[in-house]
Ligand binder design. Structure first.
Ligand code: CA
Length: 225
């Protein structure tokens, strides 16, 4: 999953960036509202973590522009404790949730997971596919009840596919989930991680659609895998 972090406070930004990356998210960090708009226009994000007090363009303006362009990604706003009116304005302008600064990092991660789950049209906190069972909150993966360790990058390719069975993601889209701007992209990295996932969880879980990309097939009730 790819997250845009818009935060001008360098100390907060560094901690949040490290925390999100350690969880396997690809994160791009911008430090003002104008750069946030440019980033939103150029890359495909799964979530925006938006500080409302930003230089060059206020977070609220960024948010209004985003919703006016019908970009539907979940937006989590961060505001100061005493800024109740700002928080209300943010929610009314199309934010999905908010955090009050200084916020707890575990709470940040839980809210991010909840928003990504809802954006994928799921309320339940566990993904199941055949004998495969995945809990995003803890990143536990089991196959027929047995724990299977996945690397952070195997996890990063599997999660967006499994979040919406039947949806095809291209190799480029999966690369976006894997890497932030400044990372080196190895040209066959996606194939390598998908190969790893198939080896651990079964060849049928991720299918290749030639020329289009990859998907987790939709399961009919009673399918045996
Ligand atoms: Ca700020």
């Amino acid at each position: 999953m790819r997250i845009l972090l818009a935060e001008d406070d360098v100390m907060i930004g560094e901690v949040v960036l490290d925390t999100l990356r350690a969880e396997g998210y690809a994160v791009d960090w911008v430090k003002d509202g104008a750069m946030a708009e440019t980033a939103l226009a150029t890359a495909d994000y799964d979530l925006l973590l938006l500080d409302l007090g930003l230089p060059r363009k206020q977070g609220l303006e960024v948010l209004r522009g985003l919703r006016a362009r019908k970009q539907r990604l979940p937006v989590l706003i961060a505001t100061a404790r005493d800024a109740v009116a700002e928080r209300i304005a943010g929610l009314d302008a199309g934010a999905d949730d908010y955090l009050v600064k200084p916020y707890d990092l575990d709470e940040l991660l839980a809210r991010v997971r909840a928003l990504l789950r809802r954006a994928a049209g799921r309320a339940e906190p566990v993904y199941e596919w055949g004998q495969v069972r995945i809990t995003p909150a803890t990143r536990e993966v089991t196959l027929a009840g047995q724990p299977v360790p996945l690397s952070a990058r195997e996890w990063a390719v599997l999660e967006p596919l499994l979040a919406r069975p039947g949806r095809v993601l291209s190799r480029a889209q999966l690369e976006e989930k894997l890497y932030a701007w400044r990372d080196d992209v190895n040209s066959n990295a996606v194939e390598v991680y998908i190969h790893g996932v198939r080896k651990k969880l079964g060849a049928g879980l991720i299918q290749n659609q030639r020329g289009l990309g990859y998907l987790v097939p939709v399961q009919e009730p009673g399918d045996v895998c």
